[in-house]
Design a binder for this molecule. Structure first.
Ligand code: GLN
Length: 485
């Protein structure tokens, strides 16, 4: 019999419900992988194996009593950006490295209510700022697909994607402000969806850029993503931006056919620097969808070239405001000084890493009197144009197909993130527009490069139409037949 951790969540649930396996057995298998492999990949920054086994024992009783909560006995990893009651939550920043929340985030509470088990907290770029997990206070995550050279796992949810790929959890939570679920999922050969803005509550998730942040799952396949999103989504009175839109059963879209579905290919996404292998897979993915009955149409998203500069004005602006609360008084790390100002300065100097400081500086600059109109207000206007592009495009198509990242996973240290961040920012070219427009998008693995590294494809849907993403992604997944690690 293959290892229990090879099973997807949907397969595991079948076996759990038929009493072929027990939650304790299944959880122990994940704990073993976590304990044996974490030193190698650095995916978890906090492990809670004992807690997980205690939860598994409870799940065992639940199964004996015949209750059937949708995720009973499924062991998950949690991105360390979600507040977990009584379990250290750091955002992978020194400034929060001893912070123990008094409350649970809404999304993780939903998962617990549905019977999920938590194995620990997963590594990320500091405050989710980055695309390679190299800005984490706890060091980079190693991509489990690495061969001789250690490769990045992508970011910011690098720990989540790596842990799923290396079977150190059945699935994980992620967050996505400009690509942080999709890019690491692509780099690690797993599947992740950023739902529509407002689908999941942001309550209890450490804020990066509030108008862009969304939670979502990273899992082994499309079916598992649907199961998780069913649990994570929903209106929450604690988050005024969460949506009252009805949450459909996302699993019901799995297996639906896509005959006659119009798939848009945005011409502006054929950017300079697009890896030719990625481009070839993009064409191949379109062919696969066509073979499943979809119609391929060419579309235009004319403001694409402004997406990165717009994102890198708005995201730092919101971040600088959100991060003002870390003052050494109310949370985490405090470094004393002569008087209050010095205490602030010392705590923030010591507590924040280089990339976070850079974003605070950019953010306060673009928001300052005299520059506000030129940068921040301008960026808000362009954001609207980018959204309008999508509105126009969706008059011609039902879903959009693009690569997730223009490149394959690169070596740790390769992009010189801290010296020249622009190199890194450019990798977000296909993901940030989606957040600016508030749309849902999924990344799923399509195949391997010649070097044997995974590539991801992105499917972008209309607002609150994750269903079309799920049915299309499922068909593409079947055609691509990607072999997981
Ligand atoms: N890579 C992007 C950034 O550095 C996106 C990060 C994210 O989605 N959290 O901001």
């Amino acid at each position: 019999m293959s290892d229990l951790t090879d099973l997807t969540i949907s397969e595991s649930l079948k076996k759990l419900r038929n009493k072929e396996i027990s939650p304790v057995e299944l959880t122990k298998a994940y704990v073993e992988n976590m304990e044996n492999n974490n030193a190698k990949y650095n995916a978890y920054v906090t492990t809670t194996a004992e807690l997980a086994l205690a939860q598994a024992k409870e799940a065992e009783i639940k199964y004996l009593n015949g209750t059937n909560r949708p995720l009973e006995g499924i062991a998950l990893g949690i991105k360390d950006l979600f507040c977990t009651k009584g379990v250290r939550t750091t955002a992978c920043s020194h400034i929060l490295d001893n912070f123990i929340p008094q409350y649970e985030s809404t999304v993780t509470q939903h998962l617990l209510n549905d019977g999920a088990i938590f194995l620990g907290k997963l590594n990320l770029d500091e405050f989710a700022m980055g695309g390679s997990n190299e800005t984490s206070y706890f060091g980079p995550v190693i991509n489990p697909w690495s061969k001789e050279v250690k490769l990045v796992a992508g970011g910011s949810s690098g720990g989540s994607a790596a842990a799923v790929a290396a079977k150190m959890c059945a699935a994980a939570t992620g967050t996505d402000t400009g690509g942080s679920i999709r890019e690491p999922a692509a780099f690690c050969g797993v599947t992740g969806i950023k739902p529509t803005y407002g689908r999941c509550s942001r309550y209890g998730i450490v804020a990066f850029a509030s108008s862009l942040d969304q939670a979502g799952p990273i899992a082994k396949d499309v079916t598992d993503c649907a199961l998780l999103l069913n649990s994570m989504a929903g209106y929450d009175a604690n988050d005024s931006t969460s949506s009252k839109e009805v949450v459909p059963d996302f699993s019901s879209f799995i297996g639906q056919d896509i005959k006659g579905l119009k798939v848009g290919i945005p011409q502006e996404y054929r950017v300079d620097g697009l890896n030719p292998e990625v481009a070839a897979y993009w064409d191949k993915a379109a062919e696969m969808l066509k073979a499943s009955g979809a119609e391929i149409v060419s579309i235009s998203l004319p403001h694409t070239k402004y997406a990165l500069p717009t994102y890198y004005v708005i995201a730092p602006a919101e971040a600088s405001s959100n991060l003002a609360r870390y003052d050494g008084v109310r949370y985490g790390e405090r470094v004393e000084g002569n008087g209050l100002d010095e205490l602030y300065i010392n705590s923030r100097t010591e507590g924040f890493g280089k990339e976070v400081k850079r974003r605070i500086l950019i953010g306060t600059y673009v928001l300052s009197a005299g520059y506000y109109d030129a940068y921040y207000l301008k960026a808000q206007k362009v954001r609207r144009l980018i959204k309008n592009d999508f509105d126009e495009a969706f008059k011609k198509c039902d879903i959009i197909l693009t690569p997730t990242s223009p490149i394959e996973p690169f070596a740790i240290g390769d992009k010189k993130m801290l010296e020249n961040p622009i190199n890194m920012y450019l990798n977000d070219v296909f993901t940030v527009s989606v957040n600016l427009a508030g749309l849902p998008a999924m990344s799923l693995p399509i195949g391997l490069s010649q070097k044997g590294l995974p590539f991801g494809m992105q499917l972008i849907g209309k607002a609150f139409d994750e269903g079309t993403i799920f049915k299309t992604a499922y068909q593409l997944e079947r055609s691509a037949n990607f072999v997981r690690m």
